[in-house]
Design a protein around this ligand. Structure first.
Ligand code: HOZ
Length: 428
C-alpha cells in the first residue's frame, strides 16, 4: 500500500499541530512511521487519503459499534442540524436520551451529560469527593480515565505508549491524593485502604481494563471491591467509557452483576459525536449543582447534535439486544482464528477477550495487570502492526490498546483478517 498523501498531510499537520495530531494515540510513535489520514469511512471500512481500504479494528476507539456512517445515526444528526446546532438551553432530546439510558442501565436514577469520557470521570471523582467529604482516590496502574490531572498517575493508553504514565504538569499536591493499586489484586487495595483510614473518597476502575490492552477482571474481583467499598464508606466508580453499551445493554454492571455508586460513560453513548456522561442513584446525583453543592457545567453539554447521535445509537442497541451476542460471537471467532494461526507459526502470545473487546499480547503467560501487560514484546508488536497494515487491516498503533469489534464486520472480513495474521506471523 502507498501512503504518499497521508505522509504529505502529516508533514503539513506537524507544522501547525503539536506532533501533527490532536490526540497522541493517533500518532505512530509507538510503532514507527507516520499516521494514516482518513478520508471517509463506511461500515467496517476506513478509506484513506491515498485510496486504500482498511478493515477497521479501532472504530474511533469504541463508539462505532454498529459501523461507520451508520444510517440512522447520520440521519438523526442531519435532521437535528437543520434546526440549530447549539443553544446553551434545555432541549427535550436531553430528557429522551436520559430516560432511555436510565432504562437500559441497572442501578442508576439520574444521568448528567458532558462532552467526553475525560470530563465524565473527572466530574464523577469531584462528585465522590464532595459527597463523602474525603480527598483521596484509588486508581489502578495501567487504567486510563482520561487526561485530567488526578488520573495521569501510572496511566495506561497513550500515556504508557509514549513513556509518560506520570505527566509533568500534574502537581505534587494533586498526585499525592491519587493512590495506586494493582489491577486484579484485592489484597493490595485492602492494604491501601488500611493505610489511609477514612481518607478515601472513591475507587475508580475500568471494570474491564482497556488501556493496557484488554484485561478482564478476575472472578470475584469487582464484587470484592464492592464489599470493601461498603465496609469503608468509599464510593465505587465504574469507568464504563469503553464497556458501557458495548458489553451489554447495561454494560459491565449487568454483565458482572455488580452495582456501582457512579458509572461513567463515553464513546458508544455518543454514537460517534463528542459525548460523555456520568450517572448514579438519586441521593448521589442530587449532590450536583444546581440542586446540590458540587459544581459541574458545560456550554456544549447535552448538545442537540450529540444527543441526536447518541439517542439514535442507544435506540438501535435497545431495540436489537441480539447485537451484543452477535458481537461476542464475531469476536470469539476472531480469537479462535488468530490463536490457531499464531500457534501454528510458533508465535508466543496471549489473547484476552471479553464481549467485543479483544487484544493480542506478545508475551508469555497470562496478562492480568499492568506489569504483565508491559512485558509484551514490542518489536514483535511493531512488525505485527505494520504487517497487518500492509495487508489492509488497521489495529491500534500501540500494544497498550484494545481492539474494538464492530457489528458491521462480516465473517468474510474476519477470515480475511485471520489470513492476514497468518501471513504476517510467518514473517515475525
Ligand atoms: N483513550 C482512548 C484510547 N485508549 C482514545 C482516546 C484518545 O486518547 O485519543
Amino acid at each position: 500500500m502507498i501512503y504518499k498523501r497521508s505522509s504529505a498531510l502529516f508533514a503539513e499537520a506537524e507544522k501547525v499541530i503539536p506532533g501533527g495530531v490532536n490526540s497522541p494515540v493517533r500518532a505512530f510513535n509507538g510503532v514507527g512511521g507516520t499516521p494514516i489520514f482518513v478520508k471517509e469511512a463506511k461500515g467496517a471500512y476506513l478509506y484513506d487519503e491515498d485510496g486504500n481500504r482498511l478493515i477497521d479494528y479501532i472504530n474511533s476507539w469504541g463508539p462505532m459499534i454498529l459501523g461507520h456512517a451508520h444510517e440512522p445515526v447520520v440521519k438523526a444528526v442531519v435532521e437535528k442540524a437543520k434546526k440549530g446546532t447549539s443553544f446553551g438551553m434545555p432541549t427535550e432530546i436531553e430528557t429522551q436520551i436520559a430516560e432511555l439510558a436510565v432504562s437500559m442501565v441497572p442501578n442508576i436514577d439520574k444521568i448528567r451529560f458532558v462532552n467526553s469520557g475525560t470530563e465524565a470521570c473527572m466530574s464523577a471523582v469531584r462528585l465522590a469527593r464532595g459527597y463523602t467529604g474525603k480527598d483521596k482516590i484509588i486508581k489502578f496502574s495501567g487504567c486510563y480515565h482520561g487526561h485530567s490531572d488526578s488520573f495521569l498517575i501510572q496511566a495506561g493508553s497513550g500515556a504508557s505508549t509514549f513513556g509518560t504514565p506520570n505527566s509533568p504538569g500534574v502537581t505534587k499536591g494533586t498526585a499525592k491524593d491519587t493512590l495506586l493499586a494493582n489491577y486484579n489484586d484485592i489484597e493490595n487495595v485492602k492494604a491501601l485502604i488500611e493505610a489511609n483510614k477514612n481518607e478515601i473518597a472513591c475507587i475508580i476502575i475500568e471494570p474491564v481494563a482497556g488501556n493496557m490492552g484488554c484485561i478482564p477482571p478476575k472472578n470475584g474481583f469487582l464484587q470484592a471491591l464492592r464489599t470493601v467499598c461498603n465496609a469503608n464508606n468509599i464510593l465505587l466508580i465504574l469507568d464504563e467509557v469503553m464497556t458501557g453499551f458495548r458489553l451489554a445493554k447495561g454494560g459491565a454492571q449487568e454483565l458482572f452483576n455488580i452495582n456501582a455508586d457512579i458509572v461513567c460513560f463515553g464513546k458508544v453513548i455518543g454514537g460517534g459525536l463528542p459525548v460523555g456522561a456520568f450517572a448514579g442513584r438519586n441521593e448521589i446525583m442530587d449532590y450536583l449543582a444546581p440542586i446540590g453543592p458540587v459544581y459541574q457545567a458545560g456550554t456544549l453539554s447535552g448538545n442537540p447534535l450529540a444527543m441526536a447521535a447518541g439517542l439514535a445509537m442507544l435506540t438501535e442497541l435497545n431495540n436489537k439486544p441480539e447485537t451484543f451476542s452477535s458481537l461476542a460471537e464475531k469476536t470469539a471467532y476472531l480469537h479462535e482464528g488468530i490463536t490457531k494461526v499464531l500457534t501454528k507459526n510458533n508465535i508466543t502470545h496471549s489473547i484476552n477477550r471479553i464481549g467485543s473487546m479483544i487484544s493480542v499480547h506478545f508475551s508469555e503467560g497470562e496478562v492480568v495487570d499492568f506489569k504483565t501487560a508491559a512485558k509484551g514484546n514490542n518489536d514483535t508488536f511493531k512488525a505485527f502492526f505494520h504487517g497487518l497494515l500492509k495487508a489492509g487491516v488497521y489495529i491500534a498503533p500501540s500494544a497498550f490498546e484494545t481492539w474494538f469489534i464492530t457489528d458491521a464486520l462480516s465473517y468474510e472480513d474476519l477470515d480475511f483478517t485471520i489470513a492476514a495474521v497468518d501471513a504476517v506471523a510467518k514473517t515475525l
